[in-house]
Design a binder for this molecule. Sequence first.
Ligand code: ZN
Length: 353
Amino acid sequence: MLEQLNQIESQALGELEAVQDEDGLQRWKVAHLGRNSSLMKTFDQLGGLSKEERPAVGRRANEVKRALESALEKSSSSLRQVALQRLLEAERLDVTLPGRTTLRGRLHPATQTLREVYRVFGEMGFQVYRSREVESDEFNFQLLNFPPNHPAREMQDSFYVDSGAQRGDNPILLRTHTSPGQIHAMREFAALNPDNPPPVRIILPGMCFRYEQITARSEMQFNQVEGLAVGLNITFGDLKGTLTDFARRMYGQQVRSRFRASHFPFTEPSAEMDIECFVCGGQGCAVCKRTGWLEILGCGMVHPVVLRNGGYDPERYSGYAFGMGPERITMLRHRIEDIRYFWSNDLRFLEQF
Ligand SMILES: [Zn+2]
């Protein structure tokens, strides 16, 4: 009986050495420690042994059982170690590889210029006033002193919206300039105190739309940013001082500027402002078309009719307004030759800013 137990032990331990994986281990366990294994059957036979034999055989059988169990434990943990090692080899991960950079968006070049304009005028006490892009003919033209059939409308061929309800002499259209915002803003300010309207210092940015042939110089959609100052005792001198300071802050302290007489229906008198060409320093080059000057904005004193339409009595109040195109400023600064790049969504262009 003892001899048999020794044999069971040595056979089981021998077979265990050949086991390679978890499945094999499980099969080995069933074969040598399971209910039908030779070892377990030995325990069943203990009752049939003589009193003298029983203790020795029982002790030995327990010894063998413990030996097999601990061998199984050892083998199982070393198998797990090997499996882990294999996994580490197969799924090697190099933590020293640099990470992939995330693609980040950036501000559109026209928006960057707009924000610079906000910054300069913000320092001078102007607020940003946003106005709607869909307007009525009344706000886009009539209240700004463009009566129906006024020739100046010719320059602003428009996208009219067939809304059904609003036709006749007040159709709906996409705004052709940011100026209707002047009327909205003045009326909003005036409503705060109709007898004594507060002063207005605002800039109005936004997209405008005109029914234009698209070329390298003109687009049917573009940004405009305009400014409006209304109050007591505002003169043309204030306009010139403010805009000259703007030009210096935007284009450098040394930049010279000049005003030329012009015409707009909603300002009187009206002017256009040039700055000395920052490409050639006034010598004359292709960018300034050999003149040494670059036109950067239109401006003027707010027309009395416009003041009255905004709720400000032109006998007491005066004001000035100005407007410019952020895309045009960006084109001049970066010598961009085709305005169509701005809305063509070409990353090769946009990523340069
Ligand atoms: Zn030049």
